[in-house]
Structures are given as C-alpha cells and as structure tokens.
Design a protein around this ligand. Structure first.
Ligand code: TGC
Ligand code: FAD
Length: 387
C-alpha cells in the first residue's frame, strides 16, 4: 500500500478520533476558505478579517480553555493540529489564532481574576474582542528583562508610559495585554482601545507575514484601572509563561507550511518536462524531496510527543525551545528549496512556496529567535547561561 507522502510514518494513527476530527475540520476550512484567497491577501498586505467569525465558530480561539468561558476545552495535541492546518494555509492566519489564544486569552485565564475571565474570555472566544500581546520593545526583543515600559500606581489607577514594537494584531485589537515594569517587578495590564494616551501604528513595508497586522504601540500617561491589572503573576515568568504556550503551537505550525510547499513541488516537478523528462524523474530532485519528507516526518514525531508531554503536564520550556528551533529551521529550509525547484515560477505568489518562505522569516524570529532557543538548549546541557 502506498504511503501518504505527507505522513510517511502514519503519525495520524497516534491521534485519537477527536484529534483526527479536529484536524479534518480545520484542514477543510484551510482548503475551502483560506487557500483560495490568501495569495491575493498577501499581495495586498491585508489580513483577511472576514474569516474571524468562521474561525471563532469553529472553536479555534482559546481552544484549550474550559467550556465555561465559551471555549472548546480541547487538549494540547488538538491545539497543535489546529496550528498545523492553519499554517498550511498561511503563517499569518495561524499567528492570529496563536496571539488570541496563547498570548491573550491564556494570561487572562491563568493570571486574571474570575471577574476578568468572565468579562473578556467569552467575547474573545466568539471573535468579538480581539487581543494583542505587548512584550517586545524597540531596543531589543530577545532581552525582555531590559524593559523600559513602566506602570506607576496613582490612587486607584496605574499610569503607563513607554512603547512596544512588532505587535501582531496591534491595530485590529480591542484589548492589549501589556507587560510593564512596576516597583514590584514586571506586571501585566489589559489596556483597552480608546483609553486616552494609547495609540497603535501599523508597520508597513513588510516582506513577511503580509496577511497579518503588525504594529507599534505607544503609551503616553495611559490611565489603567486596578481592575485591569492581572493580579496573579509578577516577574518575567508571567510573559515567558505565555510564550511557552504560544511557542508550543508554533512547533506544530511550520509543519503545515512545509507540507504545503512539498505538495506544490511534488505536483509541479511531475508536470515540468526538462531535458525530455519530468524534473521529478531526476535524481537530484528526488533527493531534495526525500530530504524534505525525512525532515517533515521527524518534526511530526517530535510534536506529537511534545503534545503528549504537555497534556500529561510534564512539558518543559527547554523541550519547546528544541522543537521550535528544529521545526522552524526545517520549514524555512524546505520552503526555500521548493521555491528553487519551481524555477522562475517560484518567485510569484501564484505559487505558495515564496509566501511561506517569506513568512517563515518572521516565524523563525518571533517567539524567540533561533539563537535564543539554541542558547536555552545549551544552558540545559551545560548548566551555564550564555545570555
Ligand atoms: P530568567 O530571568 O532566568 O527567568 C525569569 C523567570 O521566568 C521563568 N521562565 C519561564 N517560565 C515559563 N516559560 C518559560 N519559557 C520560561 N523561561 C523562564 C524562570 O523560571 C524565572 O522564574 P522565577 O520564578 O525564577 O522568576 O530568564 P531566562 O534567562 O530564562 O530568559 C532569557 C531568555 C533569553 C530565554 C528570555 O528572555 C527569552 O525567551 N527571550 C526571547 C523573548 C521572546 O521570545 N519574545 C517573544 C515576544 S512575543 C512574540 O514574538 C509573539 S509573535 C506571535 C505570533 O504572531 O504568532
Ligand atoms: P534582537 O533581540 O535585537 O536580535 C537581533 C539578533 O541578535 C538576532 O539574530 C538574535 O538571534 C541575536 N541575538 C540575540 N541574543 C543573542 C545572544 N545572546 N547571542 C548571540 N546572538 C543573539 N513581539 C511581541 O511582544 N508581540 C507580538 O505580537 C509580536 N509579533 C511579532 C510579529 C512579527 C511579524 C515579528 C517579526 C516580530 C514580532 N514580535 C512580537 C517581536 C519578536 O518577538 C522579536 O522580533 C524577537 O523576539 C526578536 O527581537 P528583536 O527583533 O528585537 O531582535
């Protein structure tokens, strides 16, 4: 029996019926609703906001959070599969879901009061309240401990000053989870659109994640009520805890992008006749595509085990770093190689490879650069921090 070229080790057989159903549902959404429009959206530099109600109706926002808050209550493997299938369409669509779910709904759930959960989570699950996550600052995203944005207590309120940069969903967002230095360490605040002194400015001229909104945020004496402070965490472990959730999803997402690229070149190289035979019949093209399948297979096995560890409550941040590094590197190498196999045709967004390759330039950088994750693994091995 022929093997599935996109799942040579039958990793799907390791999934439960419910996990397979989640994957199939999101795959159908990507095939029917994302892929037909995403090339144009990327060309136009436009996030397809019209998809948000459908994404919400499928239960993809905050999918791991409890049903009590209008969420789907799915396990971590299902969340991974959601990310993988969305990113098979485009990293920008997966980014939207990652930020909403892992970076905005998660901290409200994990660090907020019951009142805050009830106030924001159901509307966020319905896609009616969109969030963004402000950690990175212009002077250096890899080192968030060197944060300049600050919040000072003033009566019953907090007064925020500073700026954030490279913020996904910034100009779309109704609320921003903003991390700021206080006299009591780094704390998280829910800043609402329209609060005086809060402004978002979209970053233009991007060559990557063009179907996603990326912004700078500015805080000029923004008065935030105490009721909007997330009270249950202090210190860098607050934002880093959110990053672990989002990075986990990102270990799965690029597998989808890599599969989309391999799928494209498998078809193209069979049709493309050069030197009187299909490109797919040449040894060098077969070696390249075999290499892609090998790396995709290893990445798939890595994330299923990572997901099982997460569902068992045993996942460690270093394991996430290793998988984020491995799988982003795998996918960007494959996307670039696929672009090459498409020849000149590969330079336009008529084909997906260049769009995925360009997107993956962001994916390998955000949520901790490749170097940061290598150094996290190095620290684990040696017990010595090189940061
Ligand atoms: P360190 O000072 O040692 O630790 C501080 C505290 O945090 C705890 N911790 C973690 N907790 C949860 N998850 C993690 N991954 C954690 N890493 C550390 C740690 O135990 C400690 O707790 P405590 O109780 O002792 O205070 O900090 P570190 O040396 O571990 O961190 C250094 C470094 C470089 C790894 C960290 O600063 C880092 O990860 N830098 C990269 C920053 C980053 O990834 N930024 C991403 C911004 S958000 C984004 O990119 C969104 S894009 C989303 C999209 O569009 O899809
Ligand atoms: P820098 O930290 O300045 O890094 C520059 C270079 O130095 C990199 O190559 C890095 O690997 C290297 N480097 C860093 N430390 C070391 C070291 N110790 N040794 C050797 N080399 C090192 N942030 C948010 O908070 N929220 C978001 O929603 C968000 N969305 C994003 C969306 C996009 C499209 C992009 C591109 C970024 C987004 N980010 C977001 C920011 C992202 O997390 C940062 O870009 C990333 O953490 C790197 O920070 P930086 O860009 O300041 O690069």
């Amino acid at each position: 029996m022929a093997l599935n070229p996109y799942d040579l080790y039958d990793v799907r057989s390791l999934l439960s019926d419910e996990e397979r159903a989640v994957q199939d549902t999101v795959a159908r959404f990507t095939d029917e609703r994302v892929i037909p429009i995403i090339g144009d959206a990327f060309d136009q530099g436009r996030f397809p906001k019209e998809l948000v109600p459908e994404i919400a109706a499928l239960g993809l926002l905050g999918s791991s959070l409890p049903e009590k808050y209008g969420c789907a209550g799915l396990n971590a493997v299902s969340y991974g599969l959601i990310c993988q299938e969305l990113e098979r369409g485009d990293s920008g669509i997966r980014s939207f879901v990652s930020v909403q779910s892992s970076l905005c709904m998660y901290p409200i759930y994990a660090y907020g009061t019951e009142e805050q959960r009830e106030r924001w989570l159901p509307g966020m699950a319905r896609g009616e309240i969109i969030g963004c996550f402000g950690l990175t600052e212009p002077h250096g995203g890899s080192d968030p401990a060197n944060m300049k944005t600050n919040a000072k207590r003033d009566g019953g309120d907090w007064v925020l000053n500073g700026s954030k940069m490279w913020i996904t969903n910034g100009n779309l967002a109704d609320i921003a989870i903003v991390w700021a230095q206080t006299d009591d360490g780094i704390q998280g605040f829910v800043v609402e659109k329209g609060m005086p002194g809060f402004a978002a400015q979209e970053i233009k001229h991007k060559m990557s994640l063009r179907a996603s909104v990326t912004s700078s945020l500015f805080f000029d004496n923004v008065r935030v009520p105490e009721a909007n402070r997330l009270p249950n965490v202090k210190g860098l472990k607050g934002p880093l805890g959110c990053l672990t959730q989002a990075r986990y999803g990102i270990t799965w997402g690029p597998i989808g992008a890599a599969i989309a690229c391999l799928d494209e070149v498998l078809g193209y190289t069979k049709e493309r006749i050069l030197f009187e035979r299909p490109v797919a019949a040449t040894q060098s093209a077969q070696i390249k595509m075999a290499e892609m399948a090998r790396r995709i297979t290893m990445a798939q096995l890595l994330v299923v085990q990572l997901g099982r560890l997460k569902d068992a409550g045993n996942m460690q941040p270093t394991q996430v770093s290793l998988a984020k590094w491995n799988n982003c590197r795998m996918a960007i190498d494959i996307a670039r190689e696929c672009r090459d196999l498409l020849g000149g045709a590969g330079i336009t967004t008529e084909h997906a490879a260049i769009r995925h390759a360009l997107n993956l330039e962001s994916v390998i950088t955000y949520e901790g650069t490749e170097t940061v994750h290598q150094l996290v693994v190095g620290r684990e091995l040696t017990g010595i921090s090189a940061f």
